[in-house]
Design a protein around this ligand. Structure first.
Ligand code: CS2
Length: 486
């Protein structure tokens, strides 16, 4: 009783499903990083284009780490359910745009073969911040990252996204096949530009010709993606199976809101995404700053503050007047750093309040806190740097950094364990015992994390003084009491 092509006709009438003939669809996109976010966002925009008859743009998904997604979706013909929830209603939609799923570690050769097929015209990515092997403190490629070291030594058996892309591009170039567009959909500042810099830097370690070819022929448009996608729980699986009348091993959940802003630089064509609500612009940066700093920045703040205070979801955080005030102050400090008009930014924050208040999503603060050491820098540290340089207030942003430091200490304020899910941070051996060490020593130790703070902020007295003050207040009074004094 599993979801499958054959089961589509028998689903309850209220469930949306592919309205096109899936067997007529061919692949035009390879997507690297087939997580819940991709399945709730880009795959749905593609689904809409397939339904409009653009049948050459099906997706081949690739997981770069585990086989979980393939194992869940392959027995159901790549189909999965999207549950779109607002506080009091739910719409189920079965999505059919993913045609095939590959697992890179099982066979990098198969994935490279697929990437080398001239029918593939776009390679998109959602591999999270850590997938780029970038030192966010300095912006440079981590040449000592184990996957990068491996991929330079074994270019035909790559593990990293950069290694896979470089090898596939090289094969296509040698075979005289046309180039593809590489489209980053991750929450990185200037994601396309950054990816291009990293990819050419990586390729240059392999061959100058390849690096020059990439620089000349492979466009990497930047894009801003926005849709809140909480991790699926077993309870969600049960509820969705009951509503479908079929098992779905891995449905995904999301909110009604969705946004995608993309730079229109595609070398081998693209679906008519503009007819499905995508905004095409010359420069994504104003939108990306708005989203990364207003939405993701306050998410990271709530990931730390909320967990310390014992709030397990975003809607619980935002229902607390203390957290709400903190989030609103965070926005007020960030808005002067944005290049969009202030009224558009305020309108976006009003919409964010409604999105955060969505009671059906159960968006967990623990999910926000995963990989926080990678998220903090582009979302909060960059705007702090800009505010300090321009003499703008940023005490609330610095407070969020102090709360993050405190949340790495292993316990919440009721003494319950706060497990970390942040491999980059956990590889750091210098973490002091936050229950024992003097507060200023804790902060001094963290300031040594150059991939978070760069080399400049630890030497900036205005920053370090404010950070120490905020951390001391959190440690002595608790995060919500300390927040009232910011
Ligand atoms: C979140 C994002 O996990 C996080 O840190 O901030 O995944 C966020 O929900 C999305 O970027 C929303 O578009």
């Amino acid at each position: 009783m599993r979801l499958s092509n054959a089961a589509l006709a028998g689903l309850p009438p209220s469930v949306l499903r592919p309205s096109y003939d899936r067997s007529a669809v061919t692949a035009g996109i390879v997507h690297l990083g087939l997580g819940a976010f991709h399945r709730s966002h880009q795959a749905v925009y593609v689904e809409d284009r397939l339904a409009q008859g653009e049948t050459g743009w099906g997706i081949v998904g690739a997981s770069l780490r585990s086989a979980d997604t393939r194992d869940a979706l392959a027995p159901q013909d790549g189909l999965y359910t999207l549950s779109i929830r607002d506080s009091d209603s739910e719409q189920l939609r079965v999505v059919g745009s993913i045609l095939d799923i590959l697992v890179a570690p099982e066979s990098p050769a198969r994935l490279i073969e697929r990437l080398s097929d001239p029918a593939i015209r776009i390679v998109s990515l959602t591999i999270t911040e850590k997938g780029y092997a970038v030192d966010l403190g300095t912006g440079s490629l981590k040449l000592d990252h184990p996957d990068i070291v491996h991929d330079l030594a074994h270019p035909q058996m790559p593990r990293s996204a950069l290694g896979l892309l470089a090898e596939a591009i090289d094969r296509r170039r040698r075979a005289g096949a046309p180039p593809f567009t590489v489209l980053s959909c991750d929450n990185l500042p200037q994601n396309g530009k950054t990816l291009r810099r990293l990819l050419t830097g990586f390729a240059a370690e392999r061959s100058r010709d390849l690096a020059d070819y990439i620089a000349a022929e492979i466009p990497c448009p930047s894009s801003m993606v926005d849709r809140i996608v909480p991790a699926t729980t077993d309870e969600d699986r049960r509820a969705i199976a009951a509503a479908l009348g079929r098992e779905d091993a891995w449905p995904v959940l999301t909110e009604p809101f969705t946004q995608w802003v993309v730079e229109d630089r595609f070398v081998a064509g693209r679906p008519r995404f503009e007819d499905s609500g995508v905004e095409f612009v010359d420069d994504v940066q104003p939108f990306e700053h708005m989203k990364l700093r207003l939405l993701n920045g306050t998410h990271t703040c709530m990931g730390a503050v909320g967990r310390l205070a014992g709030f397990d979801t975003v809607s619980r955080c935002i229902a607390d007047p203390g957290v709400l005030t903190l989030v609103e102050r965070h926005w007020r400090e960030v808005i002067p750093t944005l290049s969009i008009p202030a009224d558009r930014a305020f309108a976006y924050t009003r919409q964010l309040l409604a999105r955060y208040g969505n009671r059906s999503l159960h968006h967990r603060t623990a999910q926000l806190a995963s990989d926080a050491s990678q998220k903090l820098t582009p979302r909060i540290v960059y705007p702090i740097r800009e505010c300090l340089a321009r003499g703008l207030p940023c005490g609330t942003l610095i407070f969020a950094v102090a709360a993050w430091i405190r949340s790495c200490g292993g316990k919440d304020e009721q003494g319950r364990p706060l497990p970390l899910n942040d491999p980059t941070f956990q590889a750091w051996t210098g973490q002091p015992d936050q229950q024992q060490a003097a507060p200023d020593e804790v902060v001094d130790a963290f300031l040594g994390l150059s991939f978070v703070f760069g080399d400049d902020l630890p030497r900036n007295a205005a920053f370090t003084t404010a950070l120490k003050r905020a951390y001391r207040a959190i440690a002595s009074q608790g995060v919500l009491a300390a927040a009232r004094q910011v």
